[in-house]
Design a protein around this ligand. Structure first.
Ligand code: ADP
Length: 470
């Protein structure tokens, strides 16, 4: 998962926050439980002390101290119940003291006598030599009969409480990683569900190009920000579509309208150049004007071809045909042009390679690529035209050993009106539209076109078609 994605960040934040809240709640719960259990134990001890005071010591004058000691031993059986009980008269006289409990868990002699005599209830946590802690609550009691002050002490080990808390802590510590995993997986699932429309919108947006601007993004009917965003994006695409259609219509109309006056102009100029009654200088001028008009009409023709391709016209004449045969015929027709420059076109097309497409348009691809190769290869150069099938794709290659294309210009050669350098041989007469026509035709056929070139060594243009039924 990408750590910078919204999905990852939301899950990380949510998991971190919930884990933090859990840890905080567990700690609070643990501390409160500890305080509650120790207080409860202390209150139990004090309750027993009050019991002794209110039922036995209150009548000590009548019953005598040995009776009290006997009763306490009988009621509480401290040795059996692992308790500490001690009753002393103020200033030291011992009335009753429990012995070491049966399990030997502590030695009562380790509990120091309270001094000075407390005036109210007190409780102490006494650290014993065996590492255990004894919680002892003491209650001073003044006998109403004899005015003697007694200190009643009840105590119990804190160990069971501590063992229970330790156990609880371990349970929580063991459960926490599991809770974190459940939170993270649950969070991932929730966020994924919530962001699913974003992935769909992204996929749809990426598939929209100038050729399918009429398509729209899916609108999730959730009533949230994503619904509003996709509606706004769809409105934006509609505006772009309008603008694009307008500009395409303008280029198509303009090039169409220009064709007729251009043809008339050419005819008139041709007539002027051939008119022997005119002065030679005027005829020469008319001749150079004719060249410019020819160039102009080629540009208009190319613009018209591009606008028709933009309108999706390449798919009207779809048929299955042999690309190798098309390449060979076209190379034969262009041989005259190449021979003028003493350039040899080697055509390597051993086997038929069938593809589906608009034959006339694909012929234009071969013509444009060969035309460039001838234009940008010095006399006595070599051009290789190859057609073959490779990895279930049909491949058309035009390779020359001409002037090549500089590295920085290579990514731009398929752009409209791009020329590497108008000062280069052959570039002055052309407008930089030939390769954009190649690209448009290839795109309309679902084919890829790429160029590799080394300056002063040569260039190679490669078109990859998918084959019918593959
Ligand atoms: P043009 O019709 O002006 O030749 P293209 O679109 O066909 O325009 O080509 C764009 C530019 O790419 C050209 O100006 C030229 O500099 C360069 N180019 C195209 N083919 C070749 C080639 N075979 N060798 C060298 N440069 C080339």
């Amino acid at each position: 998962m990408n750590p910078r994605s919204i999905q990852f960040r939301l899950v990380a934040w949510y998991t971190g926050l919930l884990t933090g809240i859990f840890v905080l709640l567990f700690t609070l719960l643990f501390l409160r439980l500890q305080i509650f259990l120790v207080n409860d134990l202390r209150e139990t001890q004090l309750r027993r002390a009050h019991q002794v005071a209110n039922t036995l010591l209150v009548r000590v004058g009548e019953t005598g101290e040995p009776f009290v000691a006997g009763q306490v031993n009988e009621w509480y059986s401290p040795e059996i119940n692992d308790r500490f009980v001690r009753i002393t008269r103020a200033h030291g006289t011992l009335i009753y003291a429990s012995r070491r409990p049966h399990d030997g868990s502590f030695d009562p002699a380790e509990v120091p006598v309270l001094s000075p005599v407390p005036t109210r209830e007190v409780s102490r946590e006494i650290k014993l030599s065996n590492g255990k802690t004894l919680l002892v609550a003491a209650l001073p009691f003044k006998s109403p009969e004899s005015s003697a002050v007694y200190i009643i002490e009840f105590g119990e080990l804190l160990d069971p409480v501590q063992a229970m808390l330790r156990h609880l802590f371990l349970q929580l510590a063991e459960g926490l990683p599991l809770a974190v995993i459940i939170i993270a997986v649950g969070g991932y699932w929730l966020v994924r569900r919530a962001l699913m429309p974003v992935a769909q919108i992204t996929r749809a947006a990426e598939s929209i190009t100038q050729h399918n601007l009429s398509e729209r993004l899916p609108v999730p009917h959730t009533g949230d920000e994503l619904e509003r965003l996709s509606i706004s994006l769809n409105r934006m695409i509609a505006r772009l579509d309008d603008a694009f259609q307008n500009s395409k219509r303008f280029v198509a109309d303009a090039s169409h309208e220009l064709r007729t006056p251009m043809t008339i102009l050419r005819g008139e100029l041709e007539a002027l150049t051939e008119n022997k009654q005119l002065d030679a200088a005027v005829r020469e001028q008319a001749g150079s004007m004719l060249e410019e008009v020819a160039r102009l009409s080629k540009i208009v023709q190319q613009l018209f071809a591009l606008s028709r391709l933009d309108a999706g016209e390449a798919q009207t004449e779809w048929a299955r045909f042999d690309l190798a045969e098309l390449a060979q015929t076209t190379a034969g027709q262009m041989n005259l042009l190449a021979e003028d420059k003493k350039i040899a076109i080697q055509c390597a097309t051993s086997q038929p390679v069938f593809i589906e497409g608009d034959r006339a348009r694909l012929k234009q691809v071969v013509v444009n690529l060969l035309d460039n190769a001838i234009k940008y290869t010095p006399p006595h150069g070599q051009i290789h035209l190859r057609v073959r099938s490779e990895n279930e794709r049909a491949l058309l290659e035009v390779e020359d050993n001409g002037i090549g294309i500089p590295r920085e210009a290579l990514p731009h050669v398929f752009e409209r009106f791009f020329r590497v350098d108008p000062a280069r041989t052959g570039e002055a007469e052309s407008a930089g539209l030939g390769l954009s026509i190649v690209k448009s035709i290839c795109t309309a056929h679902g084919a890829e076109v790429e160029a590799v070139s080394v300056p002063q060594t040569g260039s190679c243009f490669r078109v990859k078609f998918s084959m019918p039924g593959k």
